[in-house]
Design a protein around this ligand. Sequence first.
Ligand code: B1M
Length: 232
Amino acid sequence: MSDDEIILSELPDDELVQQMHDDLYDGLKEEIEEGTHILLSRGWQPYEVLTDALVEGMRIVGEDFRDGILFVPEVLLSANAMKAGMAILRPLLAETGAPKQGKMVIGTVKGDIHDIGKNLVGMMMEGAGFDVIDIGINNPVENYLNAIEEHQPDIVGMSALLTTTMPYMKVVIDTMKEKGIRDDYIVLVGGAPLNEEFGKAVGADAYCRDAAVTVEMAKELIKRKHNVSAGA
Ligand code: B1M
């Protein structure tokens, strides 16, 4: 059977998810949108669709990108297809009715244009009751400082996907220190090449492995901050 003849709605769940991995790989935006709708209509939770169908699909793309099988233009199509699926899930993830938790400014650091992970973190944080101010990609330190001043968040989040851009997180944190404002905010960092040790080395409050960990970490650190200020 050729790809053209596959009717997504007739596939059982496991084959549909497999097909969505293939469609994401091939950058087929409409098929990803359709698959996302079908899984939701079958009672899948938005978070399950996100992780099992989309994030897993992108992981496979990442492997072949690394191995030189896929190239930038193809990966861009995959990214666009992934974003189309995420756009469907976003309002559903935000609709949890969770009580307000606080505010976060988040952006990808200077030199880096990867934004899928950051967007996903933003979506999950919104769903958990945080107000999220997304300052986008390729942010020099001034953008973080301006957003901090304007929005007075509880949390500053930084994303980096490249080993060449992740050191810039230290530039942002060091500048916050120089201005005497570092300790006024919770600073969280994340992105595929980072780890806990790196998070400590740059002076962040925590490294967050994924979006779910970011939510848990944010809630925990906000709670601690409130306890400290209540005790002070
Ligand atoms: Co790029 N890219 N890319 N890329 N890309 C990687 C990162 C790479 C690992 C691929 C590879 O070789 N295997 C590699 C980096 C190698 C390295 O630095 N060691 C790489 C490279 C080399 C490049 C270029 C240099 C390629 C080139 O031009 N020759 C170039 C750089 C451009 C630039 O930024 N200046 C480039 C370009 C691109 C595209 C534009 C084609 C596209 C980005 C499209 C977009 O984002 N709009 C792209 C993509 C899609 C990828 C991969 C395949 C997928 C990234 C992704 O979206 N993952 C990636 C391979 C990989 O990561 N394995 C790769 C899905 C996403 C859900 O996961 O982003 O990890 P992730 O986010 C997670 C966690 O990390 C965490 O939570 C998220 C959700 O669970 N997290 C945070 C992320 N940010 C957080 C912030 C937080 C908390 C948690 O704040 C508190």
